[in-house]
Write a protein that binds this ligand. Structure first.
Ligand code: NAD
Length: 299
């Protein structure tokens, strides 16, 4: 396929190289022309601006810093929209804004150009190895048309829903993956200050339920999506006792644990609701109530 690739940075550079390796013909552009050197060496063609890239491409991909750059590259005076052929597909691989993606989708639709949001996760190393998770939003039929190409940038490609859904999934993932680090830092500083070596803590946590990924592999599919908070696997009153003992230990050792304290307060509220004999996952229902939404299986 003739693929246009704009934005050859830490992520886009290796993703574009993998597409060349997969046998596609690439037309590339970046504000830093030197970023395209490895691609041009391997037979890619240079185009001076996004409009010129789009004119020659069946599929246009962008990997740009954020929504501001994506909007400029998509709609600017030399933007993709002015070069792309009706019937062609533009998929943005950057992490951006679902609102901007919806706005771009509407503008491109008027010109008969299909737009997908397709952010990726897995870091620069995943981009080099082609092991990224790609999260795609947009028209499902168009997704199915380009899925095999996207498998060339990441071997896990998933359909998330209408336009903007890929970006929402990506933002949810990053919010969880980034903020949970603070909670882990609280735990490790407590463990080390209370006398356990970090390597031992790592071994314990890697082998235990959290390290084994049970929240994602078991708790969410088997409890939350089914709404089975009354089926007790581990009682809330016992989980609350454990978190209470940990925050007590942190007080003894003068270790501030703001996120753990917040988590404990939510558990106290759930206990006050009379949920002590429900499953330890039941505080999830407080968040659902606060957010005005339930997280239950749809298929
Ligand atoms: P980067 O800064 O390394 O690359 C961005 C590239 O876009 C640069 O080469 C830059 O010169 C180019 N660029 C900027 N404005 C341009 C324009 N107007 N026209 C053409 N080219 C332009 O960033 P990155 O780390 O490759 O990230 C790209 C996207 O992927 C971001 O949205 C980021 O949030 C996301 N992301 C990054 C990682 C990571 O680990 N680096 C992981 C997953 C997702």
């Amino acid at each position: 396929m003739r693929i246009g690739f704009i934005g050859l940075g830490n992520m886009g550079g290796p993703m574009a190289l993998n597409l060349i390796k997969a046998g596609h013909t690439l037309i590339v552009n970046d504000v830093r022309r030197e970023a395209a050197a490895p691609h041009l060496e391997r037979g890619a063609k240079w185009a001076d601006n996004p409009r010129a890239v789009a004119r020659e491409s069946e599929l246009i991909l962008t990997s740009l810093p954020g929504p501001k750059e994506v909007e400029a590259v998509a709609l600017g005076p030399d933007g993709i929209i002015h070069g792309a052929q009706p019937g062609s597909v533009y998929a943005d691989l950057s992490t951006g804004s679902p609102t901007v993606m919806r706005r771009l989708h509407a503008a491109f639709k008027e010109k008969g150009i299909h737009l997908l949001d397709a952010p990726v996760s897995g870091g620069a190393i995943g981009a080099q190895r082609g092991t990224l998770q790609v999260m795609v939003g947009g028209d499902e039929a168009i997704y199915n048309e380009v899925r095999s190409v996207l498998l060339g940038v990441g071997h896990k490609v998933g359909y998330m829903g209408p336009i903007g859904s890929g970006t929402i999934a990506k933002l949810v993932h990053n919010m969880i993956s980034i903020t949970v680090r603070q909670l882990i830092a609280e735990g490790f500083t407590l463990g080390v200050k209370a006398g356990v070596a970090p390597e031992a803590l790592l071994e314990a946590i890697q082998g235990a339920s959290f390290g084994q990924g049970l929240i994602l592999s078991h708790m969410i599919p088997d409890v939350v999506l089914k709404g089975e908070f009354d089926k007790v696997r581990f009682a809330l009153k016992l989980a609350r006792k454990d978190v209470g003992l940990a925050t007590e230990l942190a007080r003894e050792y003068d270790v501030p644990m703001p996120m753990a304290a917040l988590g404990e307060q939510v558990m106290i509220e759930a206990m006050a609701r009379g949920w002590g004999d429900k499953d330890s996952t039941s505080p999830w229902m407080l968040q659902e109530e606060a957010a005005g939404v339930k997280v239950r299986a749809t298929r």
